[in-house]
Write a protein that binds this ligand. Structure first.
Ligand SMILES: CC(C)(COP(=O)(O)OP(=O)(O)OC[C@H]1O[C@@H](n2cnc3c(N)ncnc32)[C@H](O)[C@@H]1OP(=O)(O)O)[C@@H](O)C(=O)NCCC(=O)NCCS
Length: 156
């Protein structure tokens, strides 16, 4: 079977609308409403400082990572998700690594993200790639859902 290919979203390509629609569908399926960017995902993506990398095989998309370059020194990972049936095969790690590399090429010094501490697989993946917990933000996603702010510093 063909391998998953990691693709960077390119708004000039005709296929991009179908890809975005599929990613919005995945976003709605994977994240609860208060954590989902589905309504604003396209708006976010069209910002000049945002990027999206996704895993594609034929017409199917298995997962995606979104990042945003907040300033010349700091970037954020704003989304990371893999379709349930393709988890545990290294795709999340590959997508996160690709997004981090994109940030690195822009001479960024720190990458930050927020994650619900209850999302154990995600927290474990971030730890594996060197992210550290900065602090806990209570009520970040909703009144009863908190977030870790995590960061990864590049050696300069
Ligand atoms: C988090 C997520 C993207 C991981 O994707 P994945 O493709 O399954 O992850 P990988 O197969 O690349 O695993 C890489 C590492 O993640 C961690 N991990 C993955 N699944 C895990 C699990 N079920 N339990 C604990 N750690 C897990 C491990 O550290 C793993 O490394 P290892 O294989 O050496 O143990 C996926 O579980 C997901 O989409 N979750 C729902 C959305 C989400 O929580 N997104 C993050 C919100 S900020």
């Amino acid at each position: 079977m063909k391998k998953w290919e990691l693709v960077e979203m390119d708004w000039r390509k005709n296929s991009c609308c179908c890809d975005v629609e599929e990613i919005v569908r995945l976003e709605r399926r994977i994240f609860p409403k208060h954590e989902s960017l589905s309504e604003s995902l396209i708006r976010e993506l069209k910002k000049r400082n945002s990027g999206l990398i996704f895993a594609k095989r034929g017409d199917e998309i298995a997962g995606y990572a979104m990042y945003s370059l907040n300033s010349s020194l700091c970037a954020s990972i704003t989304k990371l998700a893999v379709k349930e049936e393709y988890r545990g095969q290294g795709l999340g790690e590959a997508l996160l690594n690709a997004a981090i590399q994109k940030c690195r090429t822009r001479k960024i010094q720190r990458v930050c993200l927020h994650v619900d501490p209850l999302r154990t697989p995600a927290v474990s993946l971030y730890n594996k790639l060197g992210f550290q917990i900065d602090h806990l933000i209570e009520g970040y996603y909703s009144s009863d859902r908190n977030a870790y702010r995590m960061y990864l510093d590049f050696d300069v």
